[in-house]
Design a binder for this molecule. Structure first.
Ligand code: F6R
Length: 359
């Protein structure tokens, strides 16, 4: 039930800190260790490459978790679109492990890949919000997101839950493999810091609504830019803005802008820069300066330690591998208010269905 909320999407955005804590409750044992099926942990540990297969927002969640997974498990990770991978399978490694990310567990494009990997005899895990869903039944293993039903078509809490779930899995696999990074990474501790940071971001609703009114109320297009994990958040931020406010938005690797796309920047084009990467922030700022000098209106979303006084949105500091979990929150709210201010139906955008059961 949406209770006092005008739309499910806003309720689901607000629920994200609780979802982070719920995942900890579900997957932490009495000694504070990760409680996940040992066979699953063994099988992932024994693989030489993890293939994450997903669509849409779940695909973006895969990218957001890639460097975290690689760092903590020391296993290379590929992130693939179901609808491409299914028809054009690349040369696979010798011992692949497949992870299907799917909120609904019913996405036909993803299922089609699972049917093929099952036929080839490869081990698989479905990470989903829906117990008993098709992809959950057909994969060898399942991890549930425990995020509660996601009703709004635009996915929010499933995105952050998927990244958090992968952080917990990474910790278990890293520990099992005795990876160096896993000894200094305590997923549950880090997720509790994330939950608190998320809380302070969802409290910024009125302020974000006013920013949207100022920068995005009449625009027909917008760009999100970032590097590394900030680029992956930019992709998700743009998808969210497109699907509910119908603003043509692109998430761009900040450094690529000058290789062509910068031609699209005009007077007052909104360009939103995401800056949480220690080694990339200065470069992204440089790219923002380039677009500003061509007339763009820039908005900076920066983590506390990299922020400048004039930046519009400041994110509390969290573990550097988990910044997407916090950076995405203001971008979900930006999409929400851009839609609301245009008078569209937030929960039921045109042309879209909550679960896509055709290929
Ligand atoms: C965007 C959105 C879609 C889904 C995609 C995959 O907000 O909701 O892009 O993420 O259709 O759906 P699942 O995760 O159910 O496989």
């Amino acid at each position: 039930e949406k209770g006092t909320y005008p739309f499910y999407m806003l309720k689901e955005i607000d629920e994200q800190p609780t979802v982070m804590r719920k995942l900890t409750q579900e997957y932490r044992d009495d000694q504070g260790k990760v409680n996940i099926d040992k066979d699953l942990v063994e099988e992932v540990s024994a693989s030489d490459r993890i293939y994450i297969v997903a669509c849409g927002t779940s695909y973006n969640a895969g990218w957001a978790a890639k460097s975290l997974l690689e760092t903590v498990t020391q296993i290379p990770v590929e992130v693939q679109l179901s609808s491409e991978f299914g028809y054009n399978m690349p040369l696979l490694s010798e011992r692949p492990f497949f992870i299907f990310l799917t909120q609904s567990g019913e996405t036909a494009d993803s299922r089609q890949v699972l049917v093929q990997t099952n036929r080839l005899g490869f081990p698989s895990l479905t990470i989903t919000n829906v117990a008993g869903s098709t992809l959950s039944r057909e994969a060898k293993y399942t991890l549930l997101l425990h995020a509660g039903p996601e009703i709004a078509v635009a996915s929010t809490k499933a995105y952050t839950a998927q990244i958090a779930m992968l952080a917990i899995l990474a910790q278990a696999v890293g520990k099992n493999k005795n990876s160096k990074a896993s000894t200094s990474f305590d997923a549950f501790h880090e997720l509790s810091i994330v939950a608190t940071a998320m809380e302070s971001m969802v409290d910024e609703k009125d302020y974000i609504s006013s920013l949207v009114e100022h920068y995005l109320s009449t625009t027909r297009n917008a760009f999100y830019i970032g590097r590394g994990n900030d680029y992956y958040v930019a992709s998700e931020a743009a998808l969210k803005l497109k699907e509910i406010s119908y603003v043509q938005a692109e998430g761009f690797a900040a450094g690529e802008l000058k290789h062509g796309t910068i031609a699209l920047i005009e007077e007052a084009t909104p360009v939103l820069g995401i800056i949480t990467g220690q080694n990339t922030g200065a470069h992204t700022r440089g790219n923002l300066k380039e677009v500003e000098s061509r007339g763009a209106n820039t908005i900076v979303i920066a983590s506390e330690e990299l922020a400048r006084q004039e930046d519009q949105i400041i994110l509390p500091t969290v573990h550097p591998l988990l910044t997407s979990l916090v950076a995405v929150i203001p971008t979900q709210l930006i999409a929400y208010y851009a839609c609301l201010q245009r008078g569209y139906d937030v929960d039921k955008p045109r042309n879209l269905a909550k679960s896509v059961t055709v290929e």
